[in-house]
Design a protein around this ligand. Sequence first.
Ligand SMILES: CC(C)(COP(=O)(O)OP(=O)(O)OC[C@H]1O[C@@H](n2cnc3c(N)ncnc32)[C@H](O)[C@@H]1OP(=O)(O)O)[C@@H](O)C(=O)NCCC(=O)NCCS
Length: 172
Amino acid sequence: MTKKDKPPGVKLRPMALSDIDAVLRIERISFSTPWPPDAFFYELARPRRSICRVAEYHEAELEPEVVGDIVVWLAGSTAHVATLAVHPNHRRRGIASCLLANALLACKDRGMKLALLEVRAQNNKAQLLYQKFGFKRVGIREGYYQDTGEDAVLMALKPLKRDKLAEFANCG
Ligand SMILES: CC(C)(COP(=O)(O)OP(=O)(O)OC[C@H]1O[C@@H](n2cnc3c(N)ncnc32)[C@H](O)[C@@H]1OP(=O)(O)O)[C@@H](O)C(=O)NCCC(=O)NCCS
């Protein structure tokens, strides 16, 4: 794993209620069954149980634009990556890597020992991203996605290594 160049103009920060409209736009363009607004209100109302971050793109003179989001659930010593998406105009610039690394470092700080996630069996791009972090395929959930009946691949990362994650957590 090599250190990623910092995506220019991108900063990460905790998600706020005022971000939800922008986050919903990204989720709707990214997923066939996006989360409803209530799901984000719910997550933001329980900061001890979930980590919610956004990536903001700053371009001179313009208002900052939310271009990516992540939500990770905390349960016992397990971090569960619940959603991660980047606006199509800003993909392949390392933004998802920054969001994931930043959120998993926060999970590590909060005592999480293991990270889990489900990803669509045909979502090769996302699986490549997770593999870069060291996630391994540990199971299949057959017919997990109700819209298409597609299987989910269950992926796990253990342990959460601070130095490895820090290689990707290079956004401002
Ligand atoms: C998957 C997703 C979050 C990746 O976001 P991103 O900001 O483009 O990802 P990064 O730039 O950090 O890419 C990290 C790695 O992921 C893999 N990857 C990402 N997009 C890829 C693509 N189009 N083709 C091949 N590999 C890809 C690569 O290994 C890449 O590393 P590299 O650029 O050094 O080759 C984004 O494509 C997305 O929002 N997709 C729709 C929603 C989704 O599938 N979310 C994941 C649900 S489990």
